[in-house]
Design a protein around this ligand. Structure first.
Ligand SMILES: Nc1nc2c(ncn2[C@@H]2O[C@H](COP(=O)(O)OP(=O)(O)O)[C@@H](O)[C@H]2O)c(=O)[nH]1
Ligand SMILES: [Mg+2]
Length: 263
C-alpha cells in the first residue's frame, strides 16, 4: 500500500497540538477524508483524542517512571529514545489503516521532539516522501513582538533540525482580538513590520536579542506565512489543509471538485 502523507504537529507545551489534531481530524473526516491519528506523546493523559495508533501501547511515561525510578523529566527523556526503538511497530500499525493523511501528535515538550537525535530517526521512519511539519504558534507568546520572534526562531530551529517542509500555524485565534490578529498577520507577512514592532520598545536585553535574532532569521529567507486557526471555533482548518496539499502536490490544484454550497 502506498504511504499516506504525514503531518507532524509540533509546538511548545500547551500551544494546542492535541486540540488541533482533534479539530483537524474532525474536519478531515467531515470532508470525507480518511485520516489516521497517531499519538506519539507517551505522557498523554485524558481523552481529548482517541488515537488510531498510540505510542502508549509500547511506551508509557508512568510505567517508565515506576520501572526506572525516574522523575517526570528523566522519564520523558528516556521515553523519547524508547519511542525511536518502537518506531517500526508504530509504522506497521499505521499501515493497517487506510488513510489519505496521517496526523502525528508529538510530545508535550518541543525540545523532546526537536532536540533529540531519536526524533530524526522517528521523522525519517514515519514521514515518507510526503511529510510536513506543522509548528503551532501559541498566542500567549505570539501576541507580543519579542515572543513572536522567539517562536520564529524555534520554528526555524525545528526546520533546520528535521529538514522537512514547515507550515506555521497560529492556534487559538478565537482568543485574540481582530486587532491582535491583524498585527500578528502583518508581522508574518512583512519582516519590516515585525522589526518595527520589536524596536519600538526601549532597548532592553530582551529587545536587543529579538532584534539580532530577527536579523539572523531574515537572512535565512522569507517567512513562509502563518495560518490562523481556532480548534474551538473550527476555523482556518480548510486553509491549513490546502497549505499541506500544496506542499505534497507541489502546487497542484486540490480544491474539491464540488465546491461546498454557499461558495
Ligand atoms: N480558546 C482556545 N483554547 C484552545 C484552543 N486549542 C487549545 N486550547 C486550549 O489550550 C490548552 C492546551 O491545549 P493542548 O491541545 O493540550 O496543548 P498541547 O500541549 O500543545 O497538546 C488547553 O487548555 C486547550 O483547551 C482553541 O482553539 N481555542
Ligand atoms: Mg498534547
Amino acid at each position: 500500500m502506498e504511504e499516506a502523507p504525514t503531518v507532524f504537529v509540533t509546538g511548545t507545551a500547551g500551544a494546542g497540538k492535541t486540540t488541533f489534531v482533534r479539530a483537524f481530524v474532525g474536519w478531515l473526516r467531515a470532508e470525507g477524508h480518511d485520516a489516521t491519528v497517531v499519538n506519539l506523546d507517551p505522557g498523554f493523559e485524558g481523552d481529548a483524542i482517541d488515537p488510531d495508533v498510540d505510542i502508549r501501547e509500547w511506551v508509557r511515561l508512568a510505567d517508565i517512571q515506576d520501572e526506572y525510578g525516574l522523575g517526570p523529566n528523566g522519564a520523558q527523556v528516556a521515553a523519547a529514545d524508547m519511542i525511536a526503538l518502537k518506531i517500526f511497530e508504530v509504522k506497521q500499525a499505521i499501515a493497517q489503516h487506510p488513510s489519505d493523511l496521517v496526523l502525528v501528535d508529538t510530545p508535550g515538550q518541543i525540545e523532546l521532539f526537536a532536540f533529540r537525535e531519536a526524533s530524526r530517526a522517528i521523522v525519517d521512519a514515519l514521514g515518507g516522501e510526503e511529510c510536513a511539519i506543522a509548528f503551532l504558534f501559541d498566542p500567549a507568546l505570539a501576541r507580543s513582538a519579542p515572543g513572536f520572534v522567539s517562536l520564529l526562531l524555534l520554528s526555524a530551529t525545528v526546520e533546520f533540525r528535521l529538514r522537512r517542509p514547515m507550515v506555521n500555524v497560529l492556534t487559538k485565534s478565537d482568543a485574540l482580538t481582530p486587532e491582535q490578529l491583524a498585527e500578528i498577520a502583518a508581522w508574518s507577512d512583512e519582516p519590516g513590520a515585525l522589526y518595527e514592532a520589536v524596536t519600538r520598545d526601549p532597548p532592553t536585553p530582551d529587545v536587543q536579542l529579538s532584534t539580532e535574532v530577527l536579523r539572523g532569521i531574515d537572512t535565512m529567507g522569507p517567512l513562509t506565512g502563518l495560518f490562523p486557526t481556532s480548534a474551538q471555533a473550527g476555523t482556518g482548518l480548510d486553509t491549513f489543509y490546502r497549505a499541506t496539499r500544496r506542499i505534497f502536490a507541489g502546487g497542484e490544484d486540490l480544491e474539491p471538485s464540488q465546491p461546498p454550497p454557499g461558495e
